[in-house]
Design a protein around this ligand. Structure first.
Ligand code: PHE
Length: 339
């Protein structure tokens, strides 16, 4: 009997290792340890033995039973692990996304340049003060001392959208709106879109962008204007850049200047047309009439203003020779500008 038990034990221990699934392991367990299992029937056979034999064999059977249970449990864990791993593998979902969908966009070159410029001026204490793109003749012209029959109105062919209402032809309407709403001293920057009835070609577009600056304080002079613009030119085009001021005319500034930046080319290039200088913006001391129009006393305060074309600055910085590239949304072009 002892031998039978040992044999059964060895046979079952081997089978446990050979069994390949938890289901088969369960069947095997029932077959050996179940109610009418092989070991159970040996236990039942003990009845016919003497008490002494009973206790001897009983101990052996119980030992064998304990060993088998341990082996079944260990194998159960092993098989369960294998089955779970296989199941996870077979049901795995590929959560990686196609590479093409993962492309992220970048800023439009005009946004890059605008942000650079705005941030620089903000660093000098300027406050961004946006003004409406659709405004009245009063804010776009009259208040800026551009009177009804003034020839300056021809300089900026204007889109009218209603009686006395227009698409602003420059961001200078922002000067008036700022002076009306903020008490001097003030230092504002007004970036935005402007419209002129121009045909589109390499250097013109009926829609483009400007950045307007206005400072009103006590005792400001052309020296302050020149100082800021000279630092600005160095910031935007490079340390070696110089500026020069040429006398000009705008009804809203007196005196008025056109500001040129020195070109980086030594020998004369397409952008500066061989002159070594590139026109970058218009500026001047705020006309006293404009201060008065906004309720600011010109004998107490003076101001300077400047207005630059964003496309122009941007195209000089990047060496872009045709403004139309900026509006065509050709990704081959736009992908070249990464901040
Ligand atoms: N508004 C002028 C233009 O569009 C530029 C300018 C702004 C000039 C401020 C002087 C002062 O041409």
């Amino acid at each position: 009997m002892q031998q039978d038990i040992q044999q059964l034990l060895n046979k079952v221990l081997t089978s446990i290792q050979e069994v390949g699934s938890t289901d088969k392991l369960y069947d095997l367990k029932v077959q050996v340890l179940g109610k009418s299992g092989e070991l159970t029937s040996i236990l039942k056979g003990l009845r016919e033995l003497t008490p002494a034999q009973k206790s001897e064999i009983g101990k052996i059977v119980n030992d064998a039973k304990a060993k088998l249970e341990q082996a079944f449990d260990a194998r159960q864990i092993e098989l369960k692990h294998q089955e779970t791993t296989a199941l996870l593998k077979s049901q795995a979902v590929d959560i990686s996304i196609d590479k093409h969908l993962r492309q992220i966009g970048n800023f439009h070159p005009l946004s890059i340049t605008r942000n650079r410029i705005v941030n620089w001026f903000v660093g000098l204490g300027f406050v961004v003060h946006e003004s409406p793109e659709i405004d009245t003749e009063y804010y776009n012209f009259q208040a800026l001392n551009v009177l009804d029959d003034h020839p300056a109105r021809d300089m900026q062919d204007t889109f009218f959208v209603g009686d006395g209402v227009l698409l602003r032809s420059h961001t200078s309407n922002g000067q008036i709106r700022a002076m009306e709403s903020i008490k001097p001293p003030l230092k504002i920057l007004s970036p935005g879109t402007v419209y002129r009835a121009d045909n589109i070609d390499a250097t013109h577009s009926p829609m483009f962008h400007q950045i307007e600056g206005l400072v009103v304080d006590k005792g400001l002079t052309m020296g302050d204007l020149k100082g800021i613009l000279s630092l600005f030119a160095k910031f935007v085009f490079g340390e070696k850049t110089e500026i020069r001021l040429r006398p000009s005319y705008f009804p809203f500034t007196e005196p008025s200047v056109e500001v040129d930046a020195s070109c980086n080319c030594k020998s004369g290039c397409k952008i500066c047309r061989g002159t070594g200088w590139i026109e970058i913006l218009g500026a001047g001391m705020v006309n006293q009439k404009v201060l008065s129009n906004c309720g600011i006393n010109p004998s107490r305060f003076s101001g300077f203003a400047f207005g630059m074309g964003l496309e122009r600055i941007n195209n000089i910085v990047y060496g872009i020779t045709d403004i139309r590239h900026l509006y065509e949304n050709d990704l081959r072009f736009l992908r070249q500008f990464v901040v």
